[in-house]
Design a protein around this ligand. Sequence first.
Ligand code: HEC
Length: 163
Amino acid sequence: MIGKFAAALAVAGLLGIGVSAAQQQPYVVAESAVAAGEYLTSIGACNDCHTDGWDEQGTAVPREDRLMGSGFGWHGPWGTSYAKNLRLTAAELSEPEWLEIFERGIGLPPMPWVNLHAMSARDAAAIYAFLRDLGPRGEPAPLPLPPGVRPTPPYFTLVLPAS
Ligand code: HEC
């Protein structure tokens, strides 16, 4: 009887019954959610686009200057996009609203939406905790431009092969 009960529990575990999806997903372990978020944004390339000066200075960019977005445009068939000021985004949203952005995972290139969509809710929440800890600072990034409108420099251009 006990054996059957244990077996049933094991099957339930395998099927994930009674265990939420969030608990099954991998996540970064650190001394706090804020520390996990700082780590994730550093190794997850978020600063590459969302922090001006990161590509030249890397981790030498002071913590308080990070993730304030960029006026550097990304120009292509989608128009022109700008990496948003994530500190303002996090300050304006509740944690569930922040997680919803990741669950939806839809937006303009070159933001790696597909990767973010695959991130565990716990890691996404850690990034939110880090951004809230940094606090709101800086200006909003420029609004995206529609296709065909030439942005003012500086910007990258994606050139597709001629059809
Ligand atoms: C290659 C550049 C690039 C990288 C790397 C990148 N982003 Fe982005 N991100 C963007 C751009 C550009 C946008 C604006 C997209 C749009 O306008 O739809 C954006 C938008 C976002 C938004 C939406 C914010 C809002 O206010 O709507 C979130 C959230 C976000 N990024 C989080 C992250 C996180 C977290 C990481 C790292 C794990 C990351 N990004 C890495 C370029 C990037």
